[in-house]
Design a binder for this molecule. Structure first.
Ligand SMILES: [Zn+2]
Length: 342
């Protein structure tokens, strides 16, 4: 026989201890619910009080440093887009922040109205990409303008004013973050600069042309010094014929430089000239360097304008240290001063 002590939720309970356990559990659960309810209500009251006393604000930070407090992250982001990331400069393509602001939600009694201050600080931490137009003469940039229209205007004007062969004038589109240092000009200033650049190129071209014989440009004075006898001079005390070259006085040993590039075709003693160097240039043009004390270049050697080829002396038919310079075209002597030592 088995004694039944009671029925719990339709199940017969045979032991007294099970009934006690059941009632204990039921009691505990009830107490637990009560406690949870109290905690929830308490939390709600605390949060409500906190929200009444303190406002939720966003601390805006750059590199973990608070730069201001704002009410709304979204409003601040709109202000950044509309104020910080825009530029009045018509050349600006886009602006970006060089720092990354972070937002931290806080409960505080701070008045969060630093939107303008935050925008100002962020504005100081931006880079902007600009598009400008460079005007180049023979590939070298002469000046910058803001718009393609201005650049085209200048090019058209210059093409009217100068013949095409003065210089190649072109427009280059350029992107830069250093707008200030590039320094774009107004249309009139840029036009004047380009004009002056072209004038310089034209002058230089004319200067080179004036120092060029049959395609050979004499860019270097072989020695610097006083001219003591000119081409064609008749000085019976010195020689019995008109002077076929140009005499330039210089101290003994002074370096003599090649007047233009070419190939050494003579390096040695020649009657009257003493120690002599002859350089063959292009197109039947030659230069003679006479009365040298030393010869540094040898026959067959290729020299560039300015290369040292000999030293000043007084060898041969000479009365003092000087360079006797001749320029010949197809063997005929020409006046060196038509091209150098003008
Ligand atoms: Zn001479």
């Amino acid at each position: 026989m088995c004694k039944i002590y009671g029925i719990i939720e339709g199940v017969a309970v045979k032991k007294e201890s099970e009934i006690i356990l059941y009632h204990k559990l039921k009691y505990c659960t009830k107490e637990l619910w009560k406690l949870l309810a109290i905690i929830t209500i308490a939390l709600f009251i605390i949060i409500t009080i906190a929200f009444i006393k303190y406002n939720p604000v966003y601390a805006v930070k750059i590199n973990d440093e608070i730069i201001g407090y704002v009410k709304s992250k979204k409003v601040m982001e709109n202000i950044i887009n509309e104020q910080v990331l825009t530029s009045d400069n018509p050349c600006a393509i886009f602006t970006e922040l060089t720092v990354e602001p972070t937002y931290e939600l806080k409960l505080s009694n701070i008045v969060a109205n630093d939107e303008e201050k935050v925008a100002q600080i962020l504005s100081e931490n931006t880079t902007t990409m600009y598009k400008v137009y460079a005007i180049a003469l023979n590939g070298e940039i002469d000046s910058y303008v803001n718009t393609l229209e201005e650049a085209e205007n200048i090019v058209a004007d210059m093409k009217n004013e100068y013949s095409e062969d003065v210089a190649q004038i072109s427009i280059q589109e350029q992107y830069t973050k250093n707008f200030e240092s590039i320094g774009t000009e107004t249309l009139e200033v840029a036009k004047a600069k380009v004009n002056s650049g072209l004038r310089d190129i034209k002058t230089e071209k004319e200067r080179i042309a004036a120092a060029t014989l049959n395609g050979v440009y004499f860019s270097v004075k072989p020695v610097s010094g006083n001219i003591t006898s000119r081409y064609g001079a008749v000085e019976t005390s010195v020689r019995d014929h008109a002077h076929g070259g140009l005499d330039i006085a210089a101290p003994y040993g002074t370096s003599i430089k090649a007047a233009a590039e070419g190939t050494i075709s003579y390096s040695g003693w020649m009657s009257g000239y003493g120690y002599l160097i002859i350089i063959d240039h292009a197109n039947g043009v030659q230069t003679y360097y006479g009365h040298c004390s030393k010869l540094y270049a040898s026959v067959g050697e290729e020299v560039a304008a300015g290369d040292v080829i000999a030293a000043v002396g007084s060898t041969g038919n000479s009365t003092g240290n000087h360079l006797h310079l001749e320029i010949r075209l197809n063997g005929e002597k020409v006046n060196p001063q038509s091209y150098i030592y003008k």
